[in-house]
Design a protein around this ligand. Structure first.
Ligand code: NAD
Length: 365
């Protein structure tokens, strides 16, 4: 058996609950394909601040760099909201992404047929929705300098800077074109080029790359229109390529198409090892109650198999098992509508059911 090392960062709140379930599924699914998964867990986020006085330590960052991939839960909690920004749990996320050089975030937005009823949109609008949002992750306004809050002429003025270089745009756009080539061949690049200089550079750069990807149909859309189109006709999109700030907002909007943020996985990739995490936060309102939906974390583990371990088959097997658990009517609280065909279950049972489906197909014992 080949061994792969996975650094596990459960984080805070429900992060710990969903990650332990996802690790179990990952281990069992990979074992079936001759890959032994060796995991080591590290404190990350609020719990790391409590223990070490910083949200992520250099030792943890080094271990993440050395591993074959990183599986993360979620960070944060109200007790950390008033800390100085370098101590806040979110600072650990930004530092980790910077350290791993994961400049591209992939967020699949897939509608599970069994969950059509959980979405706030009508089934006929959702029909056929299968989007991959490719978001630039280490540039733009979240990292740009200057950045400060100052007193100016007796008033308080805060400044953030949106900065993009051509090379930053090119490297993320490449991932979008390549992903589209493996999907339905369409990239919609989203910007605000009617107002922003960074967006004009974005549009020009992506357009210049298009001739290298002749089989891909490239279109451009302003971000405000994209926000509307996502709820008007989401089926029109294949790959959406966008910057850090727009991608953050659009991917959360798109998450509602699926019915719950508890269903959405993500992958952050670059030139080194990848980082895999559910889109949701630490959900302090339900933490420690075995109520969290672990499917986004399990689907993130499937993405880890696909993008970091080259185990496409294991990834598809995990995703199919999730489909079947949902089709059988099992629901965590966030996707439970109360219908008679549904059975309300907790985090651990959901994980056990996914393993059960893998067993039924004789993928694992
Ligand atoms: P959240 O995603 O934690 O929760 C939003 C709502 O969705 C809550 O009602 C929660 O119960 C529900 N929810 C989220 N995930 C769920 C799941 N898997 N199963 C069932 N229900 C789920 O967002 P928030 O409440 O805005 O933030 C809470 C904390 O998480 C904050 O400290 C925030 O900074 C942090 N946060 C962290 C990340 C991350 O680690 N990547 C992302 C977003 C928010």
């Amino acid at each position: 058996m080949t061994t792969k090392k996975i650094a596990v960062l459960p984080g805070d709140g429900i992060g710990t609950e969903v990650t332990s379930v996802a690790v179990e599924v990952l281990k069992r699914a990979c074992e079936a394909h001759g890959i032994e998964i060796e995991t080591e867990s590290f404190l990350f986020g609020g719990c790391s601040y409590d223990e070490f006085g910083e949200p992520v330590t250099d030792e943890t960052l080094d271990a993440c760099l050395e591993a074959d991939a990183v599986l993360l839960g979620a960070v944060g909690g109200p007790q950390y909201d008033d800390l100085p920004k370098q101590h806040r749990p979110e600072a650990a996320l930004l530092k980790l992404r910077k350290t791993l050089g994961t400049y591209t975030n992939l967020r699949p937005i897939k509608i599970y047929p069994a969950l059509m009823g959980s979405s706030s949109l009508k089934p006929e609008i959702l029909e056929g929705t299968d989007i991959l949002i490719v978001r630039e992750l280490t540039g733009g306004i979240y990292f740009g300098r200057p950045r400060h809050t100052k007193e100016v002429d007796g008033d308080v003025v805060a400044t953030d800077s949106m900065v993009y270089s051509k090379s930053e745009i090119q490297r993320v756009a490449k991932h979008a074109f390549e992903a589209a080539a493996k999907r339905n061949g369409r990239v919609c690049s989203v910007d605000k080029s009617n107002i922003l200089d960074t967006s004009r550079l974005w549009r020009k750069t992506v357009s210049e790359m298009a001739p290298d990807y002749k089989e891909i149909e490239l279109s451009h859309m302003l971000v405000d229109n994209c926000a509307m189109q996502l709820v008007r006709n989401p089926g029109q999109f294949d790959v959406i390529l966008t910057g850090n700030l727009f991608g953050d907002i659009l991917s959360d909007e798109a998450s509602m198409l699926t019915g719950s943020i508890g269903m959405l996985p993500s992958a952050s990739i670059g030139d080194k090892n990848g980082l895999y995490e559910p889109v949701h936060g630490s959900a302090p309102d339900i933490a420690g109650e075995n109520k969290a939906n672990p499917l986004a974390a399990i689907a993130s583990a499937a993405m880890l198999c696909r993008y970091s371990l080259d185990l496409t088959e294991a990834a598809s097997e995990i995703e199919d098992a999730i489909d079947r658990v949902l089709a059988a009517g099992f629901r965590s609280g966030d996707i439970y509508t109360g219908s008679e065909e549904e059975t309300l279950i907790g985090t651990d049972e959901m994980g056990a059911n996914v393993l059960g489906e893998l067993k039924k197909k004789a993928i694992i014992r």
